[in-house]
Design a protein around this ligand. Sequence first.
Ligand SMILES: [Zn+2]
Length: 239
Amino acid sequence: MASPAYEQILAIQALDLNLRQLDHRHRSHPTREQLAAVDAEIAEVDETLAEIAERHHDLERQRKRLEDEAAIMADKRTAIDGKLYGGKVTASKELLALQDEATMLLTKQTELEDQELELMETLEGVEGERASAGDRRRELDERRAAIQSELDAALAEIEAEVVDLQGRRVEAVAGSDPTLLASYESRKDQFDGVAVARLVNGACDGCHIRLSAVALDQMGKMAEGAVVNCEECGRLLVR
Ligand SMILES: [Zn+2]
């Protein structure tokens, strides 16, 4: 039976191992991966939305230009109509020329308006794309919020456990042997948290290697609770 001081250090070590596990669970909670995956999808959709917006802007600019040009043609035709029916121009040759120009302008205007209509159809398609990408974005936002709250709840649970264990650790430390605690503290990182081992049937339960007869004999002669390092792995062993 190991000494109470040794048992106390083993208890602290057990708490620390629990804390390490909790820290690992906190950092690598599976929901974090889900969150990262949704964020990647959101970034992709945002890229698509930006590309759609740019395309829409270009098409809209082209459509506006066609509209403006068609309006110029219409204005010119109105001016010609004024001349044709204003009564000031009477020479038939001049009237014919004006009529020809009006026809030409109407043809041009119709062409521009047809092009504008085509563009408007294209724009409608782009708007449809924008709407479905927007729907997808909202869907992802909702999914993200759900995952985030799941993660928050899981982390809060882990954090509560950490607070509880830390409280218990403070109590355990208060009742521990300072020299033994310092030896443990200075070695724990080196041994992945398991710096204190038990001597079980003459073997160190850290590395599972039997101590030499000489070492065992030496330990047998030591005072109860004396600390030695395992000659194989270097962990703390207490008689
Ligand atoms: Zn060992």
